[in-house]
Design a binder for this molecule. Structure first.
Ligand code: ZN
Length: 463
């Protein structure tokens, strides 16, 4: 056997086309799969996986620094507590961050992601400048901290620097507490050029851009950023927050005469390169047209529940063939299984039915959810992470075959045990990203150092 090829034999593995047995996975030194061969014979020189193998899950939406404030806003601050009062607290917290504390928080978070089965993250990164908005000497000071954190954790990264210019529709001037986020269009394009020069892109690292929202970026600027991005990199991803809150919808209607998703579909060439995060508030026509566009709906169920955003219309969007993926966003929870479960449960609670997101083609609802979220997350990440197939990155999870929720399960019952049952320790035992084992028997080599650094950062941030 070629020494530059690594391999693993999985008694059961979930391929894009479904479960297969005795699957030989082979990958090269660049971490890409060179072979995925079902019905292979065990050989004495081929290591066996300790349990069923799943593709790693891409996390398509993250604001890393918010990990440090998870659970700190769960009390009644005023009788009208809402997304907007949460945002005020978040701004106060963001003002305290330093490059060192951001890196410590992100490293802890990305290790937690790896343990939870996320082998990759799209970071929607909007803090660029120092506390009062002063520029750092290096425009990529904070972006570089996130890249370093992902490297320490070993997960893949699609970094999406955020363009943020206004505090509301109609080009309203930014608020003082938004100073760390605010950049000119030229500054943002320069940052991207800087990042591409200093960090060559590869299967584990990609750059795109994130116009923050329609309220924070004017239409003409959106055109310029999109054109410049695609002139430099034609397939680079664009992510945008779109319709998270009813107020956002009514403000957009008042300013433009259209709801946010409708406005975007009518005024931008929305296609496979786009990810619309929190397309929560859509009318039926918007839902169908977004599904037809080929763009990704970025769904963040635990954050959307925590912030009281509303319920995404998964039933009609999926029935129309809409593509989607999951993100942990504010990191109130970092668990791919919980995001999938809550997505399905939100539909069940609203519609008073079961298995709402299953299809006749894939009646096992957990299988459908898992495979859809991997494919959609890969598209939003614009990297080759679309599951266990030739040419894709060797990002995969090895489940614990002895976990009580996985014992004695047929192929089409296995993922239901993972997604819908929640007992005891995590069934995710080992995690590979880019062919490297980053979690072995539920442990990460850097977890103790990362936790100590995170503790110091929190002490500083909460002082
Ligand atoms: Zn977000």
């Amino acid at each position: 056997m070629n020494h530059t090829i690594q391999c693993l034999l999985a008694e059961r593995a979930l391929l894009p086309q479904g479960w297969r047995h005795n699957v030989l996975l082979q990958w090269d030194t660049s971490g890409l799969l060179t072979g995925v061969t079902p019905d292979s014979k065990p050989g004495s020189d081929i290591p066996s996986a300790a349990g069923p193998v799943l593709p790693g899950m891409p996390n398509l939406h993250s604001h890393a620094f918010q990990r440090a404030m998870a659970g700190l806003t769960e009390y009644l601050g005023n009788p009208q507590d809402s997304f907007w009062s949460w945002r005020e607290l978040m701004y106060r917290f963001a003002a305290q961050l330093t490059p060192e504390t951001l890196q410590a928080v992100a490293t802890q978070l990305y290790i937690e992601m790896a343990k939870a089965g996320y082998t990759s993250v799209c970071e929607f990164h909007y803090i660029h400048h120092a506390a009062q908005g002063q520029y750092y000497a290096n425009p990529a000071e904070l972006s570089g901290r996130l890249i370093a954190a992902a490297q320490t954790a070993g997960i893949g990264l699609t970094l999406l620097p955020v363009l943020y210019q206004h505090s509301g529709f109609g080009g309203r001037p930014p608020l003082p507490e938004q100073a760390r986020f605010i950049s000119s269009t030229d500054w943002m394009l320069n940052l991207l050029a800087h990042l591409r020069r200093d960090h060559p892109q590869h299967a584990g690292l990609r750059f795109g851009v994130a116009p923050h929202s329609l309220r924070a970026v004017a239409p003409a600027t959106l055109d310029i950023v999109r054109q410049q991005l695609h002139a430099a990199d034609p397939s680079a991803p664009i992510h945008i927050h779109i319709a998270e809150q009813q107020k956002e919808v009514s403000d957009c209607l008042a300013q433009t005469g259209a709801r946010p998703v409708r406005w975007l579909l009518d005024n931008q060439p929305v296609d496979e390169r786009w990810c619309l995060v929190h397309a929560t508030h859509m009318q039926a026509g918007e839902t169908l047209d977004l599904a037809r566009s080929g763009a990704i709906a970025g769904i963040c169920p635990t954050t959307e529940a925590n912030l009281g955003d509303g319920i995404f219309d998964g039933v009609n969007y999926l029935a129309a063939g809409g593509r989607w993926g999951i993100g942990s966003d504010s990191h109130i929870s970092v668990c791919a299984r919980e995001e999938l479960r809550l997505f399905e449960y939100s539909q069940r609670l609203r519609d008073q039915r079961r298995n709402a997101l299953a299809s006749t083609a894939t009646p096992a609802v957990a299988d459908r959810l898992y495979l859809d979220a991997v494919a959609g997350g890969a598209q939003a990440s614009a990297r080759p992470i679309a599951g266990l197939a030739h040419g894709q990155r060797a990002d995969f999870l090895v489940l614990d075959a002895q976990h009580p929720n996985l014992l004695q399960r047929q192929d089409d019952q296995l993922l239901a045990g993972l997604v819908f049952c929640q007992h005891g320790e995590t069934p995710i035992r080992d995690v590979y990203a880019g062919g490297k084992c980053i979690i072995a028997d539920r442990q990460h080599a850097a977890q103790d150092t990362a936790l100590a650094d995170y503790g110091k950062a929190l002490k500083q941030l909460l002082a």
